[in-house]
Design a binder for this molecule. Structure first.
Ligand code: FAD
Length: 249
């Protein structure tokens, strides 16, 4: 079995985001990059399948050199090889799907695992688009996955319940929190990863269906105010503020 895992590098949630001078992209200065958390579930599932059934796991990222850290981490966790499809600038999920489809179409992958959405961009679109471009089955927002002989059975979260989806491999599956508990890299894994190389290929030329025209941070929140006096006075001041300023009553 051959498994491809799509991993996206995203800013660490603790990074203080700044909008770049062009007003439509992130300023990469001082950003700490991490693997998108949903992609960690996808990678963990691939490694578990490798351990359980035997599989070759290929980690892939589309982006600049900065994405290499995500791939090194995947190698340390147990991916057999890693590919960076290099291209500068931003594309929408459709562009990423085209780039990955162009790479994967003749490689014989039985399973392509993605996060259900990339943290920050939150489009939740790349996996379904990739499945369509490759003409294969898909199951999205998956919390449980079982593979049979050339088939898959997946449990997906839906509003107020769950749904079981079955289909034939090859398939694209997008991972949701709860699918598994991602492991940490072991020292042995980190040392073994140092010996593995990352294949670097140019991303296929693609078209974007949509482009970001503006990016803005939420408005600054006004500073908090400390109410003075004893508890009764504070309660009175709070009531007054809710009435006069917040106009809650
Ligand atoms: C040529 C090119 C260069 C790019 N360079 C960069 C870059 O340097 N830095 C950057 O942050 N983005 C880069 N992008 C990616 C792009 O900006 C976003 O990843 C894209 O808009 C998807 O957004 P999303 O995470 O909201 O998608 P979603 O649809 O929410 O993503 C769902 C899943 O798709 C997979 N996925 C999404 N994006 C990628 C990716 N780039 N690589 C591998 N898997 C992915 C992940 O498994 C993710 O969980 C590039 C795109 C192209 C086409």
């Amino acid at each position: 079995m051959k498994i491809l895992v799509a991993l996206k590098q995203v800013p660490d949630t603790e990074t203080k985001i700044k909008v770049a001078a062009d007003g439509k992209s992130l300023d990469p200065a001082d950003v700490k990059w991490i693997t998108s958390p949903y992609d960690e579930y996808a990678l963990e599932e691939a490694i578990r399948l490798k351990e359980g059934k035997g599989a070759e796991v290929v980690a892939l990222s589309v982006g600049s050199d900065a994405s290499k850290d995500v791939l090194k981490n995947a190698l340390a966790l147990g991916a057999d090889s890693a590919v960076l499809l290099k291209g500068e600038g931003q594309g929408d999920p459709y562009a990423v799907a085209q780039v990955i489809a162009a790479y994967a179409k003749d490689k014989g992958f039985d399973l392509i695992l993605c996060g259900n959405k990339g943290l920050g961009g939150d489009n939740a679109a790349m996996g379904p688009m990739l499945a369509e471009l490759l003409g294969v089955a898909q199951a999205n927002v998956i919390v449980k996955l079982e593979l049979g002989d050339g088939t898959f059975k997946a449990e997906r979260e839906i509003e107020g319940g769950s749904e079981i989806v079955e289909g034939a491999l090859p398939a694209v599956i997008t991972a949701q929190k709860g699918l598994n508990e991602p492991r940490y890299a072991s020292l042995k894994g980190i040392m073994a990863a140092k010996k593995k190389t990352i294949e670097e290929l140019d991303a296929a030329a693609v078209t974007t269906a949509a482009q970001v025209s503006a990016l803005a941070l939420p408005p600054e929140r006004p500073a908090g105010r400390l109410l003075q006096g004893d508890a009764a006075q504070q309660a009175q001041a709070l009531l007054q503020a809710l009435k006069d300023e917040a106009k809650v009553f």
